[in-house]
Design a binder for this molecule. Structure first.
Ligand code: G3P
Length: 218
């Protein structure tokens, strides 16, 4: 299972790289806005740091505009993946990009049939947003299970990139289902490492270590 970092913050990306937990990066316009930086500068810096796939999202709403943005971002580095929204114009753009050999990540996927269309358009990745479905009292991970079943039924090569991950349970369920990738905010990466019994166990070991007689310095 690949771990991508869902962030445009270079500090977060560096921390995840240091842990060996950054197989790739996903950005989106909201994450870029949080950095307060120009996207070209952010993308250039991420490309210099991360050898794995880096998603850069288009903001045009028509296929021609999306293609122009995509071809420009693709020149930033061979690891750049073009993130395209799951709308009809987006699917048209994905089909052309896949014919041109440019990798795509079809984003804002909220149903298994939308994911089927993304795969048929030739998407490299599809991003089902699990947290946002949970937010409206639906089961985001059930959508992921359906997408994986459909892709296996027909042998689609499109990889399922679980997005809108909000907590460790999302990561656990994605891993149990065999999703190819989870894109995870750095804060959730840190939560994955935590367990209260690890903390209390370590505290006890360190307290007991204080009771162990120390050898005299020679
Ligand atoms: O990259 C897209 C995505 O992961 C968004 O997450 O938390 O804004 O729903 P969220």
């Amino acid at each position: 299972m690949k771990f991508f970092i869902d962030s445009a913050d270079v500090g977060d990306i560096r921390k995840a790289l240091a842990l060996g937990l950054c197989d790739g990066v996903t950005t989106n316009p909201s994450l870029v806005a949080k950095t307060g930086r120009a996207f070209d500068d952010v993308l250039k810096e991420i490309v210099s740091l991360v050898p794995g796939p880096i998603s850069a999202e288009v903001t045009a709403t028509d296929a021609e505009g999306m293609l122009a943005e995509a071809r420009r971002y693709a020149r930033f580095g061979e690891q750049v993946v073009i993130k395209v929204p799951l709308v009809v114009e987006g699917l048209r753009a994905v089909k052309t990009l896949s014919e041109e050999g440019i990798k795509t990540n079809v984003t804002l996927c909220f149903s298994p049939v939308q994911a089927l269309l993304a795969a048929k358009a030739g998407a490299t990745y599809v991003s089902p947003f699990v947290g946002r479905l949970d937010d409206i009292s639906e089961d985001g991970m059930a959508m992921v299970a359906d997408i994986l079943q459909i892709y296996r039924n027909y042998g689609f090569a499109t990889q399922v990139l679980v997005a809108s991950v909000r907590n460790p349970i999302h990561v656990l369920r994605a891993a149990k289902l065999g999703a190819h990738v989870a894109t995870i905010p750095y804060s959730v990466i840190e939560q994955l490492a935590k367990h209260p019994l690890t903390d209390s166990g370590l505290k006890k070991f360190l307290a007991d270590w204080e009771k162990v007689p120390k050898a005299k310095a020679r």
